[in-house]
Ligand binder design. Sequence first.
Ligand SMILES: *[C@@H]1O[C@H](CO)[C@@H](O)[C@H](O)[C@H]1NC(C)=O
Ligand SMILES: *[C@@H]1O[C@H](CO)[C@@H](O)[C@H](O)[C@H]1NC(C)=O
Ligand SMILES: *[C@@H]1O[C@H](CO)[C@@H](O)[C@H](O)[C@H]1NC(C)=O
Ligand SMILES: *[C@@H]1O[C@H](CO)[C@@H](O)[C@H](O)[C@H]1NC(C)=O
Ligand SMILES: *[C@@H]1O[C@H](CO)[C@@H](O)[C@H](O)[C@H]1NC(C)=O
Ligand SMILES: *[C@@H]1O[C@H](CO)[C@@H](O)[C@H](O)[C@H]1NC(C)=O
Ligand SMILES: *[C@@H]1O[C@H](CO)[C@@H](O)[C@H](O)[C@H]1NC(C)=O
Length: 468
Amino acid sequence: MIQVAMATSPFLFILLCLFISFSISNAIVPSADTFRYVNEGDFGEFESEYAPTYRPLNPFTFPFQLCFYNTTPNAYYLGLRMGTRRDGSLMRWVWEANRGSPVRENATFSLGSDGNLILAESTGQIVWQTNTANKGVVGFAIESDGNIVLKDSSGNFVWQSFDSPTDTLLVGQSLRINGGPLKLVSRDSITNNVNGAYSFVIEPKRLALYYKNSMRYWSSTFPELNRANVTLVNATLRIAETDYEENNFHTLWCRLENARDFEQPYLSLGTIRYNSSLSYLRLGIDGNLRLYTYRANVRGNAWALLFTLFDRGVRTSTGADDPVDECQLPSRCGKFGLCEESQCIGCPTPNGVFAWSKDCDVKLPSCNASSFKYYELKGVDHFTVKYTSGTKSSLDSCKNKCTKDCKCMGYFYHTDGSKCWTVNELKTLTRTGNSTNLAYIKTPANGTTISGAKGYGTKCDVKEILMP
Ligand SMILES: *[C@@H]1O[C@H](CO)[C@@H](O)[C@H](O)[C@H]1NC(C)=O
Ligand SMILES: *[C@@H]1O[C@H](CO)[C@@H](O)[C@H](O)[C@H]1NC(C)=O
Ligand SMILES: *[C@@H]1O[C@H](CO)[C@@H](O)[C@H](O)[C@H]1NC(C)=O
Ligand SMILES: *[C@@H]1O[C@H](CO)[C@@H](O)[C@H](O)[C@H]1NC(C)=O
Ligand SMILES: *[C@@H]1O[C@H](CO)[C@@H](O)[C@H](O)[C@H]1NC(C)=O
Ligand SMILES: *[C@@H]1O[C@H](CO)[C@@H](O)[C@H](O)[C@H]1NC(C)=O
Ligand SMILES: *[C@@H]1O[C@H](CO)[C@@H](O)[C@H](O)[C@H]1NC(C)=O
């Protein structure tokens, strides 16, 4: 019909287009479905994650509810809380609009008839918005899976909170390679709600964890992706009935899908004996990845921790989803320390390895090559070594690379394979006990010896290497 119209009368066609765009842009949110909440009044009295004060808002779907919450006075975030029952179970924050940009008392959260969802200060200054004005939005909802959505008249999502995760994935939520959210970013600390140092990222061939965006401390290995020469499209948190178990067993997966019709790799995140899609995967403040599940009919203690990527008492790991020893966490030993079997066992210094405490730190040498030297640790690896390939080089050129780079804090070398890693932050070193793994730490050349400190064991050989 359009073709006919075009052929017979271009004018009619233009009119038709105008009519279509007019009717779309003119879709409005019925006034009964618009809202405007003001951040004021009494606080809720139940316990929630990060121990904030909070004000619940009306929109909710069991067990999800929107709230304003603050961990520091007069700095509020609009968050989605999971856990609405007043039974003593902790309520947890699974999505938020304005991390890093808090609003004050009397801020407003509103949906106008134009379909734009806005978080604004009481002065009217917009802090966060969905940018969906005149895009056909007719309504707002919190879906049963925790997805906050703006729908058009056909029920399609014009905007969804699942597309803007912070540190949490709910069941059904995805990281996507093409145009979707690529990563989760950790929260800085309990009280400081800004982006932290860790990220969980989907890449064409793997999932990976990074410290400060560049230092990889974990990645999944899916050899089947290379064998079949396919790349990933998305990673989606899913729950599925297990086919080999009796009734009522369900498996939680982080399923990695690719564009081809090919077996999809996954991370197995645990099995539950009930059917509940009320679970979430969280990149924690400490850079660890955990899966929590909410048992809707358990009173008082509704949450179960089902999966922890970096865990205690882990000896070896071979599979993509096998837990890894906690020593692999960059900040396991704070600013600096030597770690073995999840324990911080020593504080390396140019004068030997001493007992570890959280004061263990490195002395920053000046940039001038004649002002620093290196000391050697044997049988030690950096947290980036295990999941990155290093560069093939001689020990000397590895050292030169670090010496020339002001930001380099030390270098790591595997004599077996001649592999070199230079690092800008030391953080947690893992004791491997393998004498082919060497570490060289920069230290001021004029550094004074620590008097009175007693050497700690003989687990590492420490030897001074003076600059030529
Ligand atoms: C919030 O608004 C109310 C009513 O307009 C006003 O009484 C109150 O002082 C305001 N609070 C702050 C902290 O501005
Ligand atoms: C793998 O796939 C890419 C892109 O589809 C193609 O360019 C490349 O030739 C393939 N490699 C092999 C070994 O089949
Ligand atoms: C993930 O990718 C698969 C394969 O392309 C697709 O069928 C599926 O709809 C995607 N899921 C999401 C949530 O994007
Ligand atoms: C499990 O729950 C989901 C969503 O609530 C539902 O779609 C599915 O049919 C349930 N499966 C079983 C075996 O009850
Ligand atoms: C580096 O230190 C040496 C010896 O202390 C000094 O002679 C030289 O000028 C310094 N170079 C720079 C760039 O500061
Ligand atoms: C030390 O590491 C190398 C490879 O990096 C390995 O071949 C060797 O078996 C290891 N030795 C011990 C004692 O674990
Ligand atoms: C050691 O050198 C640094 C910079 O090269 C200097 O700031 C510091 O004062 C020196 N310390 C001593 C004890 O000489």
